[in-house]
Write a protein that binds this ligand. Sequence first.
Ligand code: FAD
Length: 396
Amino acid sequence: MSHEVVIIGGGTAGISVAARLRRAGVRDVAIVEPSDRHFYQPLWTLVGGGRADADESVRPQETLVPKGVRWIRQRAAAVDPDGTRVTLDDGRELSYDFLILAAGLQLDPESITGLNETLGHNGVSTNYRFDLAPRTWDFIQQTRGGTALFTMPPGPVKCAGAPQKIAYLAADWWRRQGALDQIRPILVLPTAAMFSQPQWGEVLRGIAAGYGIDIRHDTQLVEVDGPHRRAVLLDNNTGTKEAIDYTMLHATPPQSAPDWIKTGPLADPASPFGYVQVDQHTLQNPRWPNVFALGDVANLPTSKTGAAIRKQAPVVVANLLAARRAAPPQARYDGYTSCPLVTAHNRMLLAEFDYTLTPRPSFPVIDTMRPRYDMWLLKRYGLPALYWHGMLRGRF
Ligand code: FAD
């Protein structure tokens, strides 16, 4: 089998790029994607916070693969960039003129002792899985007292704001139930900063203080004893460990590139997490110019979000079309990313910035550094509609 363009992964990045390629008149495009379901993951924060149904975040993949694109329902197992071949899980091989890596990242809960086996039980959940986000909401509602832990691991994660957004949604719910006084919420962050962009970080510090959330900086979750509802935190500055008994624990699992990429030739030697090497502006591989990567799998020094992909997809398409004409890549991605920071059941801040951490507001006339109801409506209703009907169709 041979195709002009092969895309590995039919998630946010893969479908967006496929749709744009088709609109640009590229006829022979194939997507390698094993899953028959496509997820809108940003909604999982709201599912975990009791503000949306999980069913709203999923659609059949067959309704989203753009017309004329061949869907190969397999998992890629290896890439040979010198031989321009992809090996599939069933042993078949696909050759390509251009390859686009869009396989997302993998969750590594097993790297925290005891976490994987207790996820979904004993008060422990994560919004990072479709099946578990509703369990987060169950555990939030069941919590009437004690300690509630919200943890973020070291290293890049999808939507770096998500580990703390759920703490705010939970605290807001407990306050409205009159229970917050009996609950000690603790937010565990691996960083010295509250958030990568300092201005929004300061706003978030105030939001957390308003809920009485105890923030542990430079700290990470290293062990969970589910049956005894006990977690062990490691202070990365002092090396000391602290055991904490909890009522509920929302854990963000450590994340990395899929293993087959990590161990393959396209992994960036500079990335401890095995993400794909690309030029941070052109999104082209420096060694194999017919290979591009975007989305969570790409080693880019910006927050991994769907919003970032919205700006990356046109760059990949433009530079692939240039490479096809043997022209140099002209389109540049500036690191734009955006994080809709939900701060309460009906309030949101919209953080938008680029590689330099300079704010990049889409709505310059409104102050998105304060929690707003209109931004909440955008998150709850506007962005999902733009995703399904605009971005995945190559129109937005
Ligand atoms: P994915 O959408 O994960 O797609 C990867 C695809 O690759 C999958 O379909 C998978 O099946 C496929 N695949 C995997 N392995 C293989 C293989 N071997 N061969 C072929 N295919 C393979 N972003 C925002 O912009 N705003 C938010 O508010 C926001 N909140 C979030 C909250 C949570 C809880 C989570 C989990 C994510 C959030 N995100 C948010 C991040 C956003 O969802 C991701 O950045 C985005 O979906 C990444 O897209 P992707 O295409 O790179 O990966």
